[in-house]
Design a protein around this ligand. Structure first.
Ligand SMILES: Nc1ncnc2c1ncn2[C@@H]1O[C@H](COP(=O)(O)OP(=O)(O)O)[C@@H](O)[C@H]1O
Ligand SMILES: [Mg+2]
Length: 376
């Protein structure tokens, strides 16, 4: 049983929906004859799904849909837009407003119920929020090579053009993703900091914030200058992520440096997390603490040892004993990395035979397992 919100100004249709969804479907309905009232009901107590008519006096269904998407409480609920009109323009408008499905009246009640149940089942199968293509690369300590590995991992997955990949830099202290890719971080997500959650943020406005790298990789860059104060509110990041999820097969996140609401939300939704560290004691200490703080996600955590300076590494077994966890990957020091840093082409692309490229390749096999499996 699910709670389904229906917003339609036609009283007859509301009655019929109620009958079908409750009697035949065994669902609970929340009925509303006008947009603003329906929106308020949805936000006060988020339903599991919403069915919204387009043409209503006052606010259109599209606008209601946009507002539901922009509110973190309702950003993820499946939405069906129902309309009597069938111009292709309307379908685009519905999709841009964030609807999952666009349905043209007349529709039989059996059709509608099948669709509702199908969408609910699909949502359940996906599990709460998990996104198979979302990979978070992080370290609570800087300078360990997190950005370098995120950039190379993303470039490798984007290579060949089989997958749409977006590398998202959430750093609030001057992100280095754009730097490593030779891109000017303009635009970047700073315009979203002041973005009120209730304001519309559609696919088009998210797409307009992305940079294009010559490899095909898209980038949501961090602002060049450090942010004074907080970055994007978690509700906005949620809406952005949802938008990216619709457009991309893979989203790689870099730039998390604290375990704030944004980080915890992303870690929850991620299918894999790469915890990058170096063999220095401060990094190991940070990693032990991070593993403890993130123990609820133990299964998807991957320890990645990266060597940012030349020298000998302690034996892998010794590190695994200290961290009480096997390492997913080890990336040795590669002197070439310093040479390519400012050139805009990551080593996996400019020199696939390099030590770094080879080990990122192996890392991708492990961390990107689900992604590689999905695309055959
Ligand atoms: N495996 C490696 N070999 C050589 N240099 C590396 C390696 N990994 C990272 N670096 C270098 O270390 C520095 C820090 O890397 P960066 O990715 O910016 O770290 P973080 O994102 O953790 O702050 C950069 O100059 C980068 O080129
Ligand atoms: Mg970094």
């Amino acid at each position: 049983m699910a709670r389904i919100l229906v917003i339609d100004d036609e009283a007859e249709l509301l009655d019929m929906m109620q009958l079908v969804l409750e009697r035949r479907g065994g669902h609970e309905t929340i009925l509303s004859a006008e947009g603003p009232d329906g929106l308020a009901k949805a936000i006060a107590d988020p339903p599991d799904m919403a069915i919204i008519d387009v043409m209503m006096p006052g606010v259109t269904g599209y606008e209601i849909c946009r507002q539901l998407r922009a509110n973190p409480a309702t950003a993820h609920i499946p939405i069906i837009i129902l309309t009597a009109r069938a111009q292709p323009m309307d379908r685009d408008a519905a999709m841009q407003a964030g609807a999952d499905v666009y349905l043209t009246k007349p529709v039989t009640m059996t059709e509608l119920l099948d669709l509702v149940n199908g969408m609910l089942a699909e949502r359940q199968g996906q599990g709460e929020g998990a996104f198979a293509g979302l990979v978070v690369m992080m370290s609570l300590r800087g300078g360990v090579g997190t950005t370098t590995l995120a950039v190379n991992l993303a470039a490798l997955l984007a290579q060949g053009g089989d997958r749409a990949v977006c590398l998202t830099d959430l750093s609030v202290s001057s992100g280095h993703v754009a730097l490593q890719l030779g891109l000017r971080p303009d635009p970047n997500w700073s315009s979203l900091i002041e973005h009120s959650e209730a304001q519309a943020l559609d696919a088009e406005s998210i797409a307009a914030l992305l940079l294009q790298h010559s490899s095909g990789l898209k980038v949501l860059a961090s602002p060049f200058f450090p942010i004074v104060g907080a970055g994007m509110p978690v509700g906005v990041v949620q809406v952005v992520l949802r938008g990216l999820r619709q457009e991309f097969d893979v989203v790689i996140v870099d730039g998390l440096s604290v375990l704030d609401d944004v980080a915890m939300m992303l870690l929850e939704e991620a299918s894999a997390v790469g915890l990058v560290f170096t063999a220095e004691p401060p990094s190991i200490q940070t990693t032990i603490g991070t593993l403890r703080a993130l123990s609820q996600w133990g299964e998807k955590l991957n320890l990645v040892l990266n060597q940012v300076a030349p020298g000998t590494l302690p034996p892998r077994e010794a590190l695994e004993r200290t961290l009480k966890r096997p390492l997913t990957g080890v990336v040795p020091f590669d002197a070439e990395q310093a040479r390519v840093l400012g050139r805009g082409t990551p080593l996996v692309l400019s020199n696939p035979d390099s030590v770094l490229a080879q080990s990122v390749g192996q890392l991708t096999q492990a961390i990107g397992r689900d992604i590689l499996a999905a695309s055959g």
